[in-house]
Design a binder for this molecule. Structure first.
Ligand SMILES: Cc1cc2nc3c(=O)[nH]c(=O)nc-3n(C[C@H](O)[C@H](O)[C@H](O)COP(=O)(O)OP(=O)(O)OC[C@H]3O[C@@H](n4cnc5c(N)ncnc54)[C@H](O)[C@@H]3O)c2cc1C
Length: 373
């Protein structure tokens, strides 16, 4: 099996495929985790709106725990996660969590302050706390996967360009790699994240139905207590988590459509920094303790109906894709990789995520945001 892309999804697919007995090679244009995953905020939470997503996030945590144990590289901290939302939304949120056996606790105002001491909570709000959620150190995640893949005999080609494909009828029998030559494979998995669109179109394999977005995060220095549980405030879509060295990362999931993936990568925009600063002023009880210290932007890809693409590409017998993971791809990465592999092995489609479905935006907007409240 040939995997294209060494992000969270490609690495998880390579690991699970090697574990299942496939002979695996992975090709990455730059270095592993240098794409969308490397720009992410590292949050892995089960607090998502759809049952399918909660299941994928829960499974991702289980698989990442195994990767951490087996590789002996510590990359994940069990921080928990708290969502602050109007009390009338809590029943619905916990119903989804209970349906997937996720442990949670509903917190009143004092309870929320117990886990995030500086957060201003409004009278009509409550917190949903999931104690098993994680934060991932992305550099260390890359080290863990690299170590494991090496030990499992996976060939990882880093900083290699794909020059073309070897075709035979409706199957792609391999790739031409710059400086390496031809590599043949029974199955090809396109896990190049937001880059799938350009790459698969250039190779003449598939017009990927995704929209590419620029997502941003702000780095914040704070003298407020730096021990707190990562949180999300649904009213402002504001999320925040602590980072290393007394800094934190904050964002609100606001995203902007871009023509090309490279247009999504760069420093944070001043306008966005002001926006996040305003949200923090409203929500942090000690605003004088907060100092904005930069940030960055990275790419995300979404489909028109908000559901990911997982499975075989129509019109090919052996090309598979994972894409459209929106701003929630790290937390679903290994769960999605496992679903894809099942589909490769059994030939069955993942019905709700099949790339061959008809996709129509539900409300006439470019894409639908389905994953958080
Ligand atoms: C600012 C920001 C914050 C985010 N925060 C979170 C978060 O906290 N939690 C969360 O779950 N998600 C978050 N996300 C979303 C998450 O980063 C993505 O959904 C996820 O990383 C997608 O993983 P991937 O493996 O599909 O893609 P990628 O990580 O992009 O991996 C694709 C890889 O393919 C490589 N590639 C590209 N072209 C080629 C080619 N021609 N040949 C070979 N390789 C190629 C790229 O270099 C890249 O390494 C965030 C995203 C952004 C931008």
């Amino acid at each position: 099996m040939m995997i294209i892309g060494g992000g969270a999804v490609g690495l998880a697919t390579a690991y699970l495929a090697a574990e299942a007995g496939f002979r695996v090679a992975l090709v990455e244009r730059e270095n592993v985790l240098s794409g969308a995953t490397g720009f992410s905020a590292g949050i892995v939470t089960t607090q998502l709106s759809l049952e399918e997503d909660v299941k994928l996030a829960k499974r991702t945590i289980e698989i990442l725990e195994k990767v951490q144990r087996t590789s002996e590289v510590e990359f994940m901290s069990e921080t928990g996660f708290v969502t602050v939302e109007p009390y009338w939304m809590v029943d619905e949120s916990v119903k989804v969590l209970s349906s997937q056996g996720v442990k949670y606790e509903v917190l009143d105002e004092d309870g929320v302050r117990g886990v995030v001491p500086f957060l201003s909570v409004k009278d009509h709000e409550k917190g949903v706390y999931t104690c098993m959620d994680k934060v991932v150190d992305l550099d260390r995640l890359g080290k863990a996967y690299s170590r494991l893949l090496r030990s499992m005999g996976v060939d990882v080609y880093s900083r290699i360009r794909i020059n073309g494909v070897l075709r035979s009828g409706d199957s792609v029998e391999g790739l031409h790699l710059d400086g390496v030559g031809q590599i043949r494979a029974d199955n090809l998995v396109f896990a190049a994240g937001p880059w799938n669109k350009e790459l698969m179109s250039e190779l003449g394999i598939y017009e990927v139905p995704t929209v590419i977005y620029k997502c941003q995060v702000v780095k914040v220095r704070t003298t407020a207590p730096c021990q707190y549980v990562p949180f999300y405030v649904s009213e402002n879509h504001l999320y925040m988590r602590r980072d290393i060295g007394g800094t934190s990362i904050a964002g609100n999931g606001y995203s902007k459509v871009v023509e090309r993936v490279e247009g999504a990568i760069g420093p944070v925009e001043a306008e966005y920094v002001h926006h996040i600063a305003d949200l923090l002023l409203e929500r942090v009880s000690v605003p004088e303790s907060i100092l904005v210290a930069g940030g960055w932007s990275g790419p995300c890809s979404s489909t028109y109906d908000g559901m990911p693409l997982i499975g075989r590409v129509s019109g090919t017998s052996n090309c598979f894709i994972v894409d459209g993971l929106d701003g929630y791809g790290l937390m679903r990465s290994a769960g999605v990789a496992e679903l894809l592999l099942e589909s490769v092995v059994t030939g069955r489609e993942v019905e709700w995520a099949t790339p061959s479905r008809q996709m129509v935006s539900k409300d006439g907007t470019e894409v639908v945001e389905l994953h958080s409240i």
